[in-house]
Design a protein around this ligand. Structure first.
Ligand code: TZP
Ligand code: MG
Length: 229
């Protein structure tokens, strides 16, 4: 299936805005069920994905540069936001739209250093895993916050549940992306709690038809909580 999607970019100064709602696909080759990251990315773009993140933990720098260049080009052509996981230097070298940092990554590279490396025109995203952590991160120099893992996921050995979603959204000073175990069966729970934007790995990467699955999520996000079960 090929969804028709008209995309436009919103920017402040030269920095892309993380719009809401956004559908965010985190790409890791190891979860691609044997399919290439590029082919999954292309299908997700055809389905209307808003944000793609390259999250590859086991590739050489050379391979990261090769894959990142191809993903970056795909994203630029299609006005999709391109984020690189963990590594601000790589994000800058690839001319990505931004970098996504985890809490532990900040011990290795503090936020002011991340900002110095990628500059004011690129996005910084930060993972948070509890309401307290979210509240602390909320006032930092970051452009969006991820909150999760909401539901059980094979990627993490814990999940935080849905109880704090409303409070994060009430206090949020920036866009929030909910992550962790999101699937077609539980998306409605998130939407009902008021969540607008979601990040996923498996339920899109491992779909038989990535474009159709992406388009389905987009249509649900566009409806928001109105019809959520
Ligand atoms: N951070 C919190 S949960 C998660 C990350 C990277 C993994 C999400 O993967 P999935 O397959 O959508 O549960
Ligand atoms: Mg990380």
């Amino acid at each position: 299936m090929r969804a028709f999607c008209l995309r436009y970019e919103m920017r402040v100064h030269n920095k892309k805005i993380i719009g809401e709602p956004s559908l965010y696909l985190v790409l890791s080759e190891e979860y691609g069920a044997g399919r290439s990251v590029m082919s999954i990315a292309e299908e997700a773009v055809a389905g209307g994905i808003d944000i793609l993140q390259m999250r590859e933990k086991h590739k050489s720098r050379e391979d990261l540069l090769r894959l990142g260049s191809a993903l970056g080009e795909l994203c630029r052509k299609n006005k999709v936001t391109f984020i690189v996981n963990d590594d601000p230097l790589l994000a800058a070298e690839l001319d990505a739209d931004g970098v996504h940092m985890g809490q532990k990554d900040l011990q290795r590279c503090p936020l002011d250093e991340v900002r110095r490396i990628i500059g004011i025109d690129r996005i910084i995203g930060l993972s948070t895993h509890s309401l307290e952590q979210f509240q602390r991160a909320n006032t930092l120099d970051v452009d969006y916050l991820a909150f999760g893992p909401i539901f059980p996921t094979q990627t993490k050995d814990y999940s935080i549940g849905t109880a704090d979603i409303r409070e994060t959204l009430r206090v949020a000073l920036k866009p929030v992306v909910f992550i962790g175990g999101v699937n077609t069966a539980n998306l409605g729970i998130l939407l009902k709690e008021g969540a607008a934007s979601m990040a996923l790995i498996r339920d899109i990467m491992q779909a038989d038809d990535v474009a159709s699955r992406t388009a389905w999520y987009k249509s649900q996000l566009a409806k928001g909580g109105i019809n959520a079960k």
